[in-house]
Design a binder for this molecule. Structure first.
Ligand SMILES: Nc1ncnc2c1ncn2[C@@H]1O[C@H](COP(=O)(O)OP(=O)(O)O)[C@@H](O)[C@H]1O
Ligand SMILES: [Mg+2]
Length: 220
């Protein structure tokens, strides 16, 4: 499903080139739960952002479902982001002031799903993450663990091809870490492809495959 060959990424900062990804080679198949582990600052978020069409690569090849997406226009990238990926962030990134239900329904609005169906689907997903009691709570009133479960429901809303998770338990205590990781396991067991980046060795036991990231490259 995903293939990267010799991917490089430089950032430009104050006229200087900062190399972050030097030579990433990667193949991830449909249905895998793949953890990418590496130290803070090694480029994990950068890689995940490229995988999720949120950032461009400097050189190399990126194929998604057999399609060369190395050089997409901003518009194409936005379309891929919407249709192909669900993203889970360390800091949840929900919209405060909106309810859990509204947060989960939002990506479906962008996808053109009618309001009634959006609400139904959002409710189903919130049930799936065990939050049917909280659907009308403004998300800022929920605990961190609950907020991340809303974020997982939101990531699944538009039926993505892959769920990308960036340190999904980084802001959670141990109990909520286990709840969130077990949920991701369930979702994987139901057939979803998951790519998670983390610096936390503990989390790799949930993954079917562990890749290591060092000096801007990936090692099996
Ligand atoms: N927008 C940016 N501009 C310049 N440098 C950046 C930018 N984003 C990240 N970096 C640098 O790239 C390196 C990798 O960052 P990141 O991908 O966030 O690593 P990780 O997620 O593994 O902690 C770091 O040295 C970081 O400072
Ligand atoms: Mg990071």
């Amino acid at each position: 499903m995903i293939e990267m060959v010799n991917v490089k990424k430089d950032y430009r900062l104050n006229g200087q080139n900062i190399p972050v990804l030097n030579d990433v080679n990667l193949r991830i198949d449909d249905g895998e739960f793949c953890a990418i582990i590496g130290r803070s600052g090694c480029g994990k978020t950068t890689l995940l952002n490229i995988l999720g069409f949120m950032d461009s690569l400097t050189s190399g090849l990126y194929k998604f479902d057999g399609l060369d997406v190395s050089r997409t226009t901003a518009k194409e990238a936005a379309g891929f982001r919407q249709n192909k990926t669900g993203y889970i962030f360390q800091s949840f990134n929900l919209i405060n002031g909106l309810t859990a239900l509204e947060n989960v329904a939002m990506p479906l609005g962008y996808a053109g799903v009618a309001k009634k169906h959006r609400t139904e689907r959002a409710f189903e997903l919130l049930m799936r993450v065990g939050l049917e009691q909280k659907i009308h709570s403004p998300v800022q009133k929920l605990s961190g663990g609950e907020q991340q479960r809303v974020a997982i429901a939101r990531a699944l809303a538009a039926s993505p091809r892959v769920v990308l998770a960036d340190e999904p338990t980084g802001n959670l205590d141990e109990e909520n870490r286990d709840i969130v990781m077990n949920l991701l396991s369930d979702i994987h067991n139901a057939g979803m492809t998951i790519i998670m980046v983390t610096h936390d060795m503990e989390l790799t036991r949930y993954a079917g495959r562990v890749l290591r990231m060092r000096e801007g490259a990936i090692f099996e």
